[in-house]
Write a protein that binds this ligand. Structure first.
Ligand code: SAM
Length: 335
């Protein structure tokens, strides 16, 4: 009898623990199909289904959940409208939208984490599809720019920096910001994914001091020495065996007082252990993405290429994300 109550208690607790998933799922579907935008003015389920070629019954289920979690409200007997919830992801067409983050969580993180029972037994990991997901991850990483950019500005102001290289530049957001604030800089982005590099070139086309090289960093060599090399959210694309080689090559492309900045979540951080550990679990589910570095590994990476890990500071404490500065041994103070 008691055992049955305990079972019931546990079942109810798990159901409740899982409730936040409902919000993410609902918001993700709404973002993907732009349903929050469509329901901005009151509409019936039937008219939305007909005008957007959607399955009425499936749309009705989504609307019912929306009403239950107050993302939608019923405004008359059969009309529904999007609520004014602050948390709703804006439309895909709105550059302020955070929907891309939901897309990454639902289409990439959750499916990858669900392979754990099988990959733990077989070690048959999936291969991360750069073509399919490259643009999504480039966009979500760019959300950190807001927090990391002021740190870069400090470095630029305190050091004599003329040439900057952004390795794994994604859509080139950091370079666009730097180009606008420091128009005399020469900026080069290196990006291996063709589609992502093309989008970066597109977005940077007005800024004449930026060039994009569509190349693998392992094959890239600069025309001139760089004063600052950025590696933002890139290390987990390089196997731990490749990292020392890449950092050494980059350090030999630096000017005498040059430095490398690295933005990355780290393993076993002082802050943000939950997020960092699950992020790391996600990367490890793929055979072409790799575990995050620890502070000790960053230290060793700096030393083996004749550099020094000058500082390692959190940018998002709860996320375990850090900003590292590597300087030449003889280098002057970066920040
Ligand atoms: C997660 S995104 C980060 C983008 C940007 N740096 C940021 O932090 O917002 C990492 C980017 O590095 C690129 N990348 C991965 N491996 C690379 C390599 N070996 N050489 C050059 N780019 C690479 C990926 O295609 C991807 O666009």
């Amino acid at each position: 009898m008691i055992a049955e109550y305990v079972r019931l208690y546990k079942a109810r607790s798990w159901m409740k623990k899982n409730l936040p998933f409902l919000y993410s799922w609902h918001a993700y579907v709404g973002y993907e199909l732009d349903l929050f935008e469509i329901f901005k003015s009151p509409k019936t389920i039937e008219e939305v289904a007909a005008s957007h070629s959607l399955e009425t019954e499936i749309l009705e289920r989504w609307v019912e959940v929306g009403v239950s979690i107050k993302y939608l409200k019923k405004v008359s007997r059969n009309k529904f409208k999007t609520s004014r919830s602050f948390m709703l992801p804006d439309s895909k067409r709105d550059p302020k939208s955070v929907g891309i983050l939901l897309k990454e969580m639902m289409e990439l993180h959750i499916p990858a984490l669900l392979t754990y029972p099988s990959i733990m037994k077989t070690d048959e990991r999936q291969t991360f599809d750069h073509k399919q997901h490259g643009a999504t991850v480039a966009e979500t990483s760019a959300m950190l720019e807001q927090l990391a950019y002021p740190k870069l500005v400090q470095i630029l102001k305190k050091n004599s920096i003329h040439t900057v290289v952004d390795v794994g530049c994604g859509h080139g957001g950091y370079m666009q910001k730097l180009s606008r604030s420091f128009p005399d800089l020469t900026l080069t982005g290196v990006e291996v994914n063709k589609d992502v590099a093309e989008e970066a070139a597109n977005r940077c086309s007005e800024l004449k001091n930026i060039s994009i090289d569509c190349m693998d960093i392992e094959e890239w060599s600069p025309e001139n020495k760089a004063d600052l090399i950025m590696m933002n959210n890139l290390l987990h694309y390089l196997s731990p065996e490749k990292r020392p080689k890449v950092i050494s090559r980059l350090s030999s492309s630096l000017s005498a007082n040059g430095m490398i900045t690295i933005i990355t979540p780290i393993r076993k951080p002082k802050h943000g252990k939950q997020f960092s550990s699950v992020f790391n679990s996600f990367f490890t589910a793929f055979d072409n993405l790799y575990a995050l570095p620890t502070k000790r590994e960053l230290d060793a990476l700096a030393k083996q290429s004749g550099m020094r890990l000058q500082s390692l500071k959190p940018i998002i404490r709860e996320g375990g994300w850090y900003f590292a500065i590597l300087v030449n041994h003889a280098g002057k103070k970066a920040d």
